[in-house]
Design a protein around this ligand. Structure first.
Ligand code: GN1
Ligand code: MG
Length: 370
C-alpha cells in the first residue's frame, strides 16, 4: 500500500490539517512523486511529496538550495513586474525543523510542495492554443530568470546538455557493454555515430560565444508547466531540479520535441511518430512573444537546431541507459529504454525531413519581429 511507504514522513513536514489520502503520480522518469490530500477543519489542502532520486542527483541538498533561491527570485521578479506570484511559483513546505528537505533513515531525500489547485500538467498537448500557452509559460519563466546570478547556482548534473560529452559517455557504455545488450542494438548505435557532428553544434556555438549562456530550465516537457483548468493559461512552471546555466535552444527544443510530437515519448509504433509543424509554430509564437527583447537574433535563428540536438541527445541517453542495464530512467519493462530511444530516433528522422519548413517558419517569424 502506498500509504505505508510514506506514513512516517507525514509528520516530518509542516502540512496543515489531517491526512486523508494519497495517490502516486507516475509521469516523471526520475523522482518518485505522491499527491497528498489533507483536510484542515473543512478546508481541503493538497500537497506534493517527492523522493529525490539520489542516483541522478548526487547532492540533493544542493538541488534544494538552488530551488529555494530560484523560487525566491521568480517570486520577486513577478512582484517587481506587478504580477501576482501567489500559486504561480513552486511553494516549498518546510520540514518541522525548518529545512527544505528531510532525510529518512535509509538516506532517502524527501521534499514537499503546495499542490497547485485547478490545474493540469499535460502529458499531451491537445490544441494549438494550449501549445502556444506552453510556449508562453516557458518563455515567461526564462524572462523572469534573465537577471538571475548564474554564478550562485549549483550545477546539479554537470554537462547535463553537453551533447558532445554525452556522446563520449555513450561510446564508453558501448565499449563496456555491462548488460550484454550491445549486439541487439548495432543499427541504433550506428545512427548516433552518423549524427555525431550535428549533435556537437550547440556546444560549439556556446564555446565560441555565438550563443549566450543563460539560466534555463532544461526539462521543458509540457507536463512541467501547470495549466489552469478554467482559463487554459500557463500558471506555474514546475520541476526546477535542473535549473542551471544552459542555452535557450535547449528549453525551446525540448519543449517542441515533447509537445509537438504526434505520439508519446515512448510510443512503440514508430509509424505514428512525426513532428507536428502547426504545434511547433504555435509553441514558437508563444515562446518568442515572451522572450521578445532579450533573445538574440543568433538564438532566434537557431531555435530549430535545438529541436534536432535535444531529440538526438535524448534518444542517445535512452539508448545509453538501455545498454547500461536501466540504471538511470525509471522503466516499465526491460525494453522500455530501447522503445524510448527508437521513438526519439523516429522523431528525429521526421524533424530532419522538415528542416526547410522549420527554417522557413523562423524566417517568417523573424521578418515580423525585426
Ligand atoms: C527526465 O523525470 P522527468 O520526466 O522530469 C529527465 C529529462 C528527460 C526526461 C524524458 C533529471 O525528466 O532530462 O528529458 O526524463 N530528467 C533528468 O522524459 O534526467
Ligand atoms: Mg525532471
Amino acid at each position: 500500500m502506498i500509504y505505508n511507504r510514506i506514513k512516517n514522513l507525514l509528520r516530518k513536514f509542516c502540512f496543515e490539517g489531517e491526512y486523508q489520502d494519497v495517490e502516486e503520480l507516475s509521469s516523471g522518469n526520475v523522482n518518485q512523486t505522491y499527491h497528498l490530500f489533507y483536510d484542515d477543519n473543512g478546508t481541503p489542502r493538497q500537497y506534493i511529496l517527492q523522493r529525490i532520486n539520489n542516483y541522478v542527483f548526487k547532492e540533493p541538498e544542493n538541488v534544494m538550495r538552488n530551488i529555494v533561491q530560484v523560487t525566491r527570485h521568480l517570486r520577486s521578479s513577478m512582484e517587481s513586474q506587478g504580477e501576482c506570484a501567489d500559486g504561480r511559483v513552486l511553494d516549498i513546505i518546510e520540514t518541522v525543523d525548518g529545512k527544505s528537505f528531510y532525510v529518512d533513515q535509509f538516506g532517502g531525500y524527501w521534499r514537499a510542495y503546495v499542490y497547485i489547485p485547478n490545474a493540469v500538467a499535460p502529458d499531451t498537448v491537445e490544441s494549438l492554443d494550449m501549445m502556444r500557452e506552453v510556449g508562453r509559460g516557458f518563455g515567461h519563466f526564462q524572462r523572469l530568470l534573465v537577471d538571475f546570478p548564474a554564478k550562485e547556482l549549483y550545477v546539479p548534473i554537470p554537462n547535463f546538455h553537453n551533447t558532445t560529452k554525452r556522446f563520449y559517455t555513450f561510446v564508453r557504455a558501448v565499449d563496456e557493454d555491462q548488460a550484454g545488450r550491445v549486439k541487439k542494438v548495432e543499427d541504433e548505435i550506428e545512427f548516433f555515430f552518423e549524427h555525431r557532428r550535428m549533435m556537437n553544434q550547440i556546444v560549439t556555438l556556446l564555446d565560441n560565444g555565438t550563443l549566450p549562456l543563460r539560466v534555463t530550465h532544461n526539462d521543458t516537457k509540457s507536463n512541467n508547466v501547470m495549466m489552469d483548468k478554467t482559463t487554459g493559461k500557463a500558471v506555474c512552471v514546475i520541476d526546477l531540479d535542473t535549473v542551471m546555466p544552459g542555452s535557450s535552444l535547449y528549453d525551446y527544443g525540448d519543449a517542441v520535441r515533447f509537445g509537438a510530437s504526434t505520439a508519446a515519448e515512448d510510443e512503440p509504433d514508430t509509424s505514428k511518430i512525426a513532428l507536428d509543424l502547426e504545434k511547433t509554430r504555435a509553441f514558437t509564437e508563444g515562446f518568442v512573444e515572451e522572450t521578445n527583447g532579450f533573445l538574440t537574433e543568433q538564438e532566434l535563428r537557431r531555435l530549430p537546431l535545438g529541436i534536432k540536438v535535444i531529440t538526438c541527445e535524448l534518444a542517445m541517453r535512452f539508448l545509453t541507459d538501455y545498454i547500461d542495464g536501466d540504471l538511470y530512467f525509471r522503466v516499465k519493462s526491460p525494453q522500455h529504454n530501447l522503445i524510448r530511444a527508437r521513438a526519439q530516433m523516429a522523431l528525429l528522422r521526421d524533424i530532419e525531413k522538415k528542416q526547410d519548413q522549420l527554417d522557413d517558419m523562423m524566417d517568417e517569424l523573424l521578418r515580423r519581429k525585426f
